[in-house]
Every structure is written in structure tokens, then in C-alpha cells.
Design a protein around this ligand. Structure first.
Ligand code: HEC
Length: 114
């Protein structure tokens, strides 16, 4: 009787342990891409100058193929400070660190489109 009791107890503990074992977190790797992450920033912070649809006539960032060619230069320029030669966004406030980080991650992740 005692043995059965112990067996049931051990079994329950094992079952409990198995059920409460934390599921290993799914490895979610979210890569930064042009369509989802970069376009909203360009539309908010680089308009109208770099958006032909807004009558911007500077380097075209509205088109993925064109924008990615300027990616490295974008990252360099947005890290400058207002007043520095080449600072972007031209005559506007510097981007927030989080915004700059998005551009950097886009480059690091391989300049994906979507
Ligand atoms: C108010 C207008 C204006 C805004 C807003 C603006 N730019 Fe510019 N941008 C310019 C002008 C003018 C030039 C050309 C002068 C120069 O190269 O410094 C330029 C040039 C550039 C270049 C070099 C392009 C080339 O032809 O080699 C890059 C890269 C750039 N901007 C990035 C940005 C980014 C990124 C933003 C938004 C975060 C931005 N700019 C916002 C006016 C603007």
C-alpha cells in the first residue's frame, strides 16, 4: 500500500514537473525591412525632400532599389549633429536614437525589402 502511495506521489510530481516546465521560447528573429520599418521613418522624417510623390527632388528614397543605394550614407548623415556638414534631415531636428537604430539595423540585417 505504502509503495503504491509512493509510486503515485512520484508519478504526480513528475507529471506536475513536466506540465510546468517552461516551454522553450520560440526563436523569433525579426529582421528590419524597408517596407515595414524604413518607409514610415522616411515618410515622417525625410519628407518632402526625398519623396518624389511629395515633390521632393533630392535622392529618391521612395523606391526600394534607389533607397538602398543610399542606406550607408543615410546612417552616416543621421548620426551627425545639426550644423555638421551633410547632417540629415536637412534643417530639421536630429532623429531619436531609436529611429537611428532602425536604420542601422536595416543595414546590419542586409537591407531587406520586405
Ligand atoms: C528639408 C529637406 C530635406 C530633408 C527633410 C532631408 N533631406 Fe537629405 N538631402 C537634402 C538635400 C538638400 C541634400 C543634398 C545636399 C547634401 O548632399 O548635403 C540631401 C542629401 C541627402 C543624402 C545624399 C544623397 C546623394 O545624392 O548623395 C542622403 C543620404 C540624405 N540626404 C539622407 C536623408 C535622410 C535619411 C533624411 C531623413 C531622415 C533626409 N535626408 C531628410 C534635403 C533634405
Amino acid at each position: 500500500m505504502k509503495k503504491i502511495f509512493i509510486a503515485v506521489l512520484v508519478g504526480s510530481v513528475a507529471l506536475f514537473a513536466a506540465c510546468t516546465k517552461k516551454a522553450s521560447p520560440a526563436k523569433v528573429v525579426v529582421k528590419t525591412n524597408y517596407n515595414i520599418d524604413i518607409v514610415p521613418l522616411l515618410q515622417a522624417r525625410c519628407t518632402p525632400c526625398h519623396l518624389p510623390s511629395q515633390k521632393g527632388f533630392k535622392a529618391n528614397f521612395e523606391n526600394y532599389e534607389s533607397a538602398k543605394k543610399y542606406a550607408a550614407d543615410m546612417v552616416t548623415r543621421i548620426q551627425l549633429n545639426p550644423g555638421d556638414k551633410g547632417f540629415m534631415p536637412f534643417k530639421h531636428a536630429k532623429l531619436a536614437e531609436e529611429e537611428i537604430a532602425v536604420f542601422k539595423k536595416w543595414v546590419a540585417d542586409g537591407l531587406l525589402e520586405k
